[in-house]
Design a protein around this ligand. Structure first.
Ligand code: RB5
Length: 145
C-alpha cells in the first residue's frame, strides 16, 4: 500500500499520479488534499507519513508546489527518509543508497510525464544495503539526538 498526499500546490500532480497508480493496479491511500483549496503542507505530511511509520503503508508520495516544504515536514518525522526528486537518477539512487521511504515532487516545478517516471523507478528499485545500511542506521541515530 502506498500513502499519497499533497497540499493545494501539488494537488493536480497528485491526481495524475493516482490515475497512474490505478492503471498499474497499485493500491494507495490518499491523505488529501481533496481539492485545490489552500491547505497547510506540514499537516498533510504528518498524516501521510503516520501511515508509513505505523506500517500500514510501505512507501509514500508527497507533492506540494516545489516539493520542498512537504519534504522538510516529512523529514522531521521519526522513521521517515523523504527525498525531493526532480531527476531520474536521484529517484533511483535514493532507493538504492538512502532507502528513502517517501518521494517528494513539486507540482509547479516538474510535469506529470517526468513525475510518473520518477514514481515508477522509486517504487521499483530496492535498497542496496551493504555499506549503505550503516549510513541509514547513522541517519536513524541522528533522530535520537
Ligand atoms: C503553497 O503556496 C506553497 O508554498 C507550497 O505548495 C510549497 O511549495 C511549499 O514548499
Amino acid at each position: 500500500m502506498i500513502a499519497i498526499g499533497s497540499d493545494h500546490g501539488g494537488f493536480a500532480l497528485k491526481e495524475e499520479i493516482k490515475k497512474h497508480l490505478d492503471q498499474r493496479q497499485i493500491p494507495y491511500e490518499d491523505f488529501g488534499a481533496y481539492s485545490t483549496d489552500s491547505v497547510d503542507y506540514p499537516l498533510i505530511a504528518q498524516k501521510t507519513c503516520a501511515a508509513i511509520v505505523s506500517g500500514k503503508c510501505e512507501k509514500g508520495i508527497l507533492c506540494c508546489g516545489t516539493g520542498i516544504g512537504i519534504s522538510m515536514a516529512a523529514n522531521k518525522i521519526k522513521g521517515i527518509r523523504a527525498a525531493l526528486c526532480a531527476d531520474y537518477y536521484s529517484a533511483k539512487y535514493t532507493r538504492l543508497h538512502n532507502d528513502a521511504n517517501v518521494i517528494c515532487m513539486g507540482g509547479r516545478t516538474i510535469g506529470p510525464g517526468l513525475a510518473l517516471e520518477l514514481v515508477d523507478v522509486f517504487l521499483a528499485t530496492p535498497f542496496e544495503g551493504g555499506r549503505h545500511a550503516r549510513r541509514v542506521e547513522q541517519l536513524a541515530k541522528l533522530e535520537e539526538e
